[in-house]
Design a protein around this ligand. Structure first.
Ligand SMILES: NC(=O)c1ccc[n+]([C@@H]2O[C@H](COP(=O)([O-])OP(=O)(O)OC[C@H]3O[C@@H](n4cnc5c(N)ncnc54)[C@H](OP(=O)(O)O)[C@@H]3O)[C@@H](O)[C@H]2O)c1
Length: 370
């Protein structure tokens, strides 16, 4: 998203802009219910305390176990921690009743979870007149039937804010849609769509075992608690599906070829047992690295879509002149070749993960509804 926000702590008011002691007489322009108060949802709650969010009213918030619709409780800074201790049992109906009661012109459900069961309801919510803003990829990046249900629901005039689902708000989906609106068409797409895999292979030069880097990445919070979620390539595949579908390729989830970096013997272990055997990843990666190095190449975990709609994610060798060979940190990169960007690709690059930028993408999508 391109919204520029001042999130400096010195400008933050003491309280979130919700109805607290006195209920404002005027209905807000935008009312929101937040599902998920984890890393991303927690960062969004902080942004709701900034002047940029002054036109929004939070009327409900929930984690997987509890929820809150009381204005005074919602206004507290410690709402996330409070929900871990107390609150009403989960019940979407009463959250949505709070949205209805707000009288807001735009009623928005923000999904900051990874819940497949919540994602499966997005189309129904849109059809009922709620806008949905999501960091959750499970619907648009899931089964093709879910994607089709989503497109059908959007015919009702409500909107789906999905900037946070790919590149944590880097302007990739918006650019793709804008090109299509202008009659341009995506020919090929290639890039690094995972912040954690970007960091791992930007760092890896054979001098330290891959397992040591993986442990460090986990400690830095770059990987999921179970790093197999990153190493499996499934998350990258979901992002590739979202991009491809938005470009007009109606791919099924089984049509993306995914090269899983986790050896078969480690896939079904519990997390602790897997973490105890990380060294088993070292030899295969070291061997691939040595082969790449002998050809003046480096390893990158790339997502690729070709002109025939063939989609693949996996570890590949790229020459040192390749754009993905010159990435830093947790950068994501998206190289789009289109009918009009056909001599050189249009490249979008930057931090593609992290709670603040992801929450900002959600806020930007919400504000765009005003
Ligand atoms: N972290 C990033 O940098 C990043 C970047 C881009 C996109 N995303 C996406 O953003 C989403 C959230 O990521 P995260 O890192 O914030 O995950 P997280 O820290 O694990 O938080 C997930 C939150 O969802 C809640 N939740 C799960 N099921 C729920 C339900 N049925 N109703 C209400 N709340 C429910 C959890 O509740 P409990 O607290 O009770 O468990 C938790 O608060 C994911 O889809 C992720 O892929 C994350």
């Amino acid at each position: 998203m391109s919204a520029v926000l001042d999130v400096s702590p010195t400008t933050a008011p003491a309280r979130r802009p919700v109805a607290a002691e006195a209920v404002p007489a005027k209905a807000p322009a935008i009312a929101i219910v937040l599902l998920g108060t984890g890393v991303v949802g927690g960062a969004l709650l902080k942004l709701l305390n900034t002047p940029a969010a002054a036109s929004l009213r939070l009327v409900g918030a929930a984690n997987s176990r509890r929820q809150q619709t009381d204005p005074t409780s919602l206004a507290q800074r410690g709402l996330r921690e409070q929900l871990n201790r107390e609150g009403a049992p989960r019940d979407n109906a009463s959250l949505f009743a709070a949205l209805d009661a707000s009288g807001a012109a735009a009623k928005v459900i923000v999904d900051a979870t990874a819940s497949a069961s919540l994602a499966a309801r997005h189309a129904e919510w849109l059809a009922r007149g709620y806008h949905v803003v999501t960091a959750n990829k499970a619907l648009a990046g899931g089964d093709l039937s879910g994607w089709r249900a989503l497109q059908a629901a959007l015919a009702h005039g409500t909107r789906y804010g999905d900037s946070a689902t790919v590149g944590a708000g880097l302007p990739v989906l918006s650019t793709l849609r804008r090109l299509r609106t202008c009659g341009d068409a995506l020919l090929t797409l290639e890039g690094v769509f995972s912040g954690s895999l970007s960091w791992l292979f930007n760092q890896y030069d054979g001098s330290r075992p891959f397992s040591a880097l993986l442990r460090e990445a986990r400690q830095l919070g770059y990987t999921e608690p179970d790093p197999r979620s990153d190493l499996s390539g499934e998350d990258v595949a979901r992002k590739l599906l979202i991009l491809a579908r938005n470009a007009g390729f109606h791919l099924g989830s089984d049509e993306v070829q995914v090269d899983n970096l986790v050896p078969a013997a480690l896939r079904t272990l519990d997390v602790e047992s897997f973490l105890a055997r990380l060294e088993e990843l070292d030899a295969p990666i070291a061997s691939l690295h040595a082969q790449a190095q002998s050809r003046q190449c480096v390893l990158r975990f790339l997502a690729r879509l070709n002109q025939r709609g063939h989609a693949r994610v996996g570890l590949v060798e790229v020459p040192l002149t390749h754009p993905a060979a010159r990435l830093y940190g947790t950068d994501n990169q998206f190289a789009l070749s289109t009918t009009r960007y056909n001599t050189q690709p249009l490249v979008i690059q930057g931090p593609g993960a992290g709670p603040e930028v992801t929450a900002q993408a959600l806020l930007g999508d919400v504000l765009a509804l005003g």
